[in-house]
Design a protein around this ligand. Structure first.
Ligand SMILES: *Cc1c(COP(=O)(O)O)cnc(C)c1O
Length: 308
């Protein structure tokens, strides 16, 4: 049994975010803290795993095998879930063995690691890649890199329910739109599916255009039988994935001091800075209410800040 009881995870708190540039523009933002769903498991990666865990359960698997890098939030959430729920996890890692804080956690959570090198990792989408791993671990169910695809997206519908159930606690009866960071666009696609046009979803791209987020979102929506609408992608990558610059770092520091909310520079920091720029450009009318999803990722920032 890979799945927790349905009431096992606490709700991500929904909190008003008070910042001077929001007040000036008359925009209200509520923060959905996916970074606080569990002591070990953090962020959107848990939601992306849920339907994969159900599929693994249906297949009679005893655990999960998946892939990622040495700072991977996905492998971290998977290993944490395996530890919390008591199922076996195996991680196939990009590159050569190294000790990052993430890797140390993976090991502490009991995940078995295999380092594939760079060439070996690049082969992950080739036919035949999984055959030797299935032979070695016949009891495990394979989840693609990052937990993506329609299966990953469907688990993210619960994010909408979590926010909706708490609107009254912050005095809102409704909201105008969502704002969140995108890496593959899977989480965004899940929200677009859950909304079915009721509220638009703005995706701040943490990766440059050539990463193919737009076609990936479109293919998930298509696989679910929905049209390619209900969302908009905004460039927030600031020159490339994981590229940081002084303005971004200063913004994160100021925001953390003003709000007490921890951010990291790859996703949540860039997404909030992109929102600030859009707000200052007059994108949203005064009185607009937005839900900003804190997608987590704080575990990955340890290694990042130690080695800029
Ligand atoms: C993975 C990740 C994202 C991007 O999620 P996608 O579903 O790939 O778009 C955003 N924020 C954080 C912190 C992440 O770890």
């Amino acid at each position: 049994m890979l799945l927790p009881p349905s009431d096992w995870l606490s709700q991500a708190p929904l909190q008003p975010l008070q910042l001077d540039w929001l007040a000036t523009a008359g925009i209200e933002v509520a923060l959905l803290r996916l970074d606080q769903i569990d002591p070990l498991i953090s962020g959107n990666k848990w939601f992306k795993l849920v339907e994969h865990l159900k599929a693994a359960d249906r297949a009679g698997a005893e655990g999960i095998i998946s892939l990622g890098g040495a700072h991977s939030n996905h492998l971290h959430a998977l290993a944490a879930a395996g530890k919390r729920l008591g199922f076996q996890t195996v991680g196939l890692l990009r590159g050569h063995a190294q000790e990052t804080p993430t890797v140390q956690d993976l090991q502490a959570f009991g995940m078995q690691l295999h380092w594939l090198g760079y060439g070996g990792y690049r082969a992950r989408n080739e036919p035949g890649f999984w055959a030797p791993w299935h032979a070695q671990y016949p009891q495990l169910y394979a989840v693609p890199e990052g937990g993506g695809g329609l299966t990953g997206a469907l688990g993210c519908a619960a994010i909408k329910q979590q926010a909706q159930a708490q609107l009254h606690t912050i005095g809102w009866s409704d909201y105008h739109a969502w704002w969140l960071a995108c890496g593959t666009g899977t989480t965004l696609a899940g929200l677009v599916l859950a909304e079915a046009g009721a509220h638009p979803v703005y995706g701040a791209l943490a990766v440059p255009d050539d990463h193919g987020v737009a076609p990936q979102v479109e293919s998930i929506l298509q696989a679910a039988g929905q049209g390619n609408e209900g969302y908009e992608l905004i460039d927030a990558s600031r020159g490339g994935f994981a590229k940081v610059d002084p303005l971004l770092l200063a913004f994160i520091e100021q925001t953390e001091q003003a709000s007490g909310v921890p951010l990291e520079p790859l996703y949540t920091g860039k997404a909030l800075l992109a929102l600030k720029q859009q707000v200052e450009a007059g994108r949203f009318a005064a009185g607009t209410r937005l839900i900003f999803i804190h997608t987590g990722g704080l575990q990955g920032r340890r290694g990042f800040i130690a080695s800029p």
